[in-house]
Design a protein around this ligand. Structure first.
Ligand code: WTA
Length: 667
């Protein structure tokens, strides 16, 4: 594709949004955008609200092909629910087979490798279909069956999509681990899932370096006595291979049958596991369904990113996170869309890499996290101004609250003041986007995600469980049973945790998100817009990546010098927040830079580079309740320079003055 793809299109470079003449910081879709969009009438909210079950039932029929229809749309036994009961479908079929009729030669994935000297690879729907079928047959030959968990430690290369779809084809569950987690994190997830097979790469490229994965994971594979490991050769390293256990992907694919019948799978059967951090303990295996999840991924993709036949969608989300699953894999492919996959770092070799990709491929919808926008903005406007980004029609933001200044820069500099920003709020647990303004309906307000998607029952509650008034803040919840069909179906092997973590705060009919929000006065279709203010529990959002304080603390507490530790998120101008450690030393130990280095090292080894601590404070005591629970609220207040509030809950408030001094608290 040439440099100026998009220029011939009638849409090229035209305005899609207009400013609200009466209100500061509020934007609306232009008539042109409304005409273009799949959804442009705010009545959709009312309609969906009247009969949400019927709404989802219709959408499920529109979005997916079903091998067998359902008897009942939804069943609700709080806090458990099922959608599309007894129906049968297959995600891989919906992402591939049904597109062959009219999209056989359409690009499904345009893959941009990190090294500039390497050519991009384009996989058509036909290419992807053939490869997925072959790989699915190979998985079967290796003994993988329906409902077997298959762990991936894979970067953004096409083979990751191929392998994931192959799992779907045979009804196996993938459990994809982010590449910036450590081998120990892979081990923990394989053990929890009881997974006997790993799919990984020899290595891949990131910021010009080769990150070798296979060599790093060999010891783990021995320890857990894995049965099989499939290795995609990406970086031409020469990893050591175990003759019996390890197989090169290319060799497997060379001799494989061409067709694999897609397994008819219950809409409610597990589609995949994805481990995520909670408030306590180890990461939990969030269990997602197959067909029901797929419906929400596809519908949100179509409505929120307003996907049309010739669009080129580009999400920068890594496949190791839920955004990568729903909007770099299943959503786009279910719609038969063309999308970009990029292997590497947004600033490599220069800070204009993403803008270059957008320009060269004529990207129409671009989806990224505020942390990436902040980092690229810091490099100066020149990098983005150098590129012609007029092909863009819609911009998306996800993963953390976007501050007004970053929103405006994104809007003006990247979108040229022409494109709506869909600020999409959701979670690993929800499977698909829940809060956002729809591009053809609006409004778009900096820092405010938007109303709930039609068919979703959101609210903001105060501590007593009553809905807050307009312009008041509280806790974001979903009123059962109006969860979208994409909602989690449990925590793998841990139903107690599911009930405790999500359905105990406000009773078993209300899903508690762990996020705080403000119910804004502005409404659309009878729905108030919601401003998401961020986590109110012990989960951190580091550069848009979700981490649990407990996992990092567990790693640090392994050090002989440390008696106990507490980790909280400290504000950071690019990453949003970063882990800050408060550590109480054992008697006779002294805090030193060497010990700080040790803390960093052990966190990187146990959790992964993604969790690297930015600050470590050595203190003599931590604020605790009478029953000995650490009061993180104080620690957060200290690192954020905020009011600490009521101290009567602390049994030892005197320790706070030492902590305040250590962090330089002025609040
Ligand atoms: C945060 C990522 C504000 C939130 C999809 C949530 C957001 C957590 C937004 C889930 C947004 C996600 N505005 N905060 N638009 N989107 N979050 O599971 O705190 O990796 O609970 O899913 O990210 O992170 P997760």
């Amino acid at each position: 594709m040439g440099k100026n793809v998009g220029k011939d299109s009638e849409d090229y470079g035209k305005k899609w949004v207009k400013k609200d003449e009466e209100r500061e910081n509020v934007y609306w879709p232009t008539d042109r955008l409304k005409e273009k969009c799949h959804i442009s009438d705010k009545e959709i909210y009312e309609k969906a609200k009247k009969d949400p079950h019927n709404f989802w039932s219709k959408k499920a029929k529109d979005m997916f092909d079903w091998f067998e229809d359902w008897d009942e749309v939804m069943e609700w036994n709080p806090p458990y629910f099922n959608w599309f009961l007894d129906s049968k479908t297959n995600l891989s079929y919906n992402c591939l087979d049904r597109h062959l009729k009219d999209k056989r030669n359409k690009a499904a994935i345009i893959w941009e490798p990190e090294p500039l000297e390497e050519e991009k690879r384009i996989l058509t729907y036909q290419d992807l279909y053939r490869k997925v079928n072959k790989f699915a047959n190979k998985l079967k030959e290796l003994g993988v069956e329906k409902d077997d968990p298959v762990t991936f430690w894979m970067p953004m290369i096409p083979e990751t999509a191929i392998a994931a779809l192959a799992c779907q084809r045979i009804g196996a569950w993938h459990s994809i681990v982010f590449t910036a987690f450590s081998p120990k994190a892979v081990k923990q997830r394989m053990e929890d899932a009881g997974s006997e097979i790993l799919i990984t790469v020899d290595g891949f490229y990131r910021r010009g370096k080769t990150i070798e994965l296979k060599e790093q994971i060999n010891e783990t594979l021995d320890e857990i006595e894995a049965e099989n490991c499939i290795v995609v050769q990406r970086a031409e390293t020469n990893p050591s291979m175990d003759q019996e256990r390890d197989h090169f992907y290319d060799e497997l694919m060379n001799k494989s049958e061409e067709y694999c019948e897609p397994e008819p799978i219950d809409a409610e059967d597990t589609g995949f596991l994805l481990y995520t951090s909670g408030t306590t303990g180890k990461p939990k295996g969030i269990k997602h369904s197959c067909g029901a999840y797929g419906v929400q991924a596809a519908l949100t993709m179509k409505w929120i990113f307003d996907i049309h036949e010739n669009d080129v969608f580009f999400s920068t989300a890594d496949i190791g996170w839920i955004t990568g699953h729903s909007y770099s894999l299943y959503g786009p492919l279910a719609l038969g869309a063309t999308q970009i996959w990029y292997e590497g770092s947004p600033d490599y070799p220069k800070p204009d890499r993403l803008w270059k990709i957008i320009e060269e491929n004529g990207v129409t919808q671009f989806y990224t996290a505020p942390t990436a926008i902040r980092a690229l903005r810091k490099e100066g406007d020149g990098w983005v101004e150098k590129h012609d980004l007029k092909s863009l029609r819609i911009l998306g933001s996800v993963g953390e609250p976007i501050d007004t200044s970053t929103w405006k820069w994104y809007f003006e500099k990247v979108g040229g003041g022409r494109c709506p920003i869909v600020d999409t709020y959701w979670q690993t647990e929800t499977g698909g986007i829940l809060l956002t303004s729809l591009p053809g309906v609006g409004p778009f307000v900096p820092g405010v995600a938007g109303p709930p998607l039609p068919g979703i029952g959101y609210d903001v509650l105060d501590a007593t469980g009553e809905p807050v008034k307009e312009e008041e803040s509280g806790e974001i919840v979903i009123d059962g049973p109006y969860f979208g069909p994409g909602m989690l179906r449990g925590i793998y092997k841990n139903p107690e945790k599911y009930e405790e973590e999500y359905f105990s705060e406000f009773g078993e009919e209300v899903y508690f998100s762990g996020d705080g929000g403000v119910k804004r006065e502005l409404e659309i279709g009878g729905q108030n817009l919601i401003e998401v203010t961020g986590r109110i529990d012990d989960v951190l959002e580091v550069a848009g990546h979700r981490l649990g304080s407990a996992e990092i603390e567990d790693a640090i507490d392994n050090l002989d010098e440390i008696m106990e530790s507490a980790v909280v998120g400290k504000p950071h101008d690019v990453k949003g927040e970063v882990p800050a450690v408060f550590a109480v030393l054992k008697q006779g130990e002294t805090g030193s830079d060497e010990l700080r280095d040790k803390i960093v090292k052990i966190v990187r080894e146990e959790v992964g580079p993604v969790a690297t601590p930015y600050a470590a404070y050595f203190v003599t005591d931590l604020p605790k309740t009478e029953s000995g629970k650490i009061i993180r609220r104080f620690l957060k207040g200290l690192v954020r320079d905020e009011e600490l509030g009521d101290m009567t809950t602390a049994s030892n408030p005197s320790c706070l003055s030492e902590l305040a001094e250590k962090v330089g608290y002025n609040g």
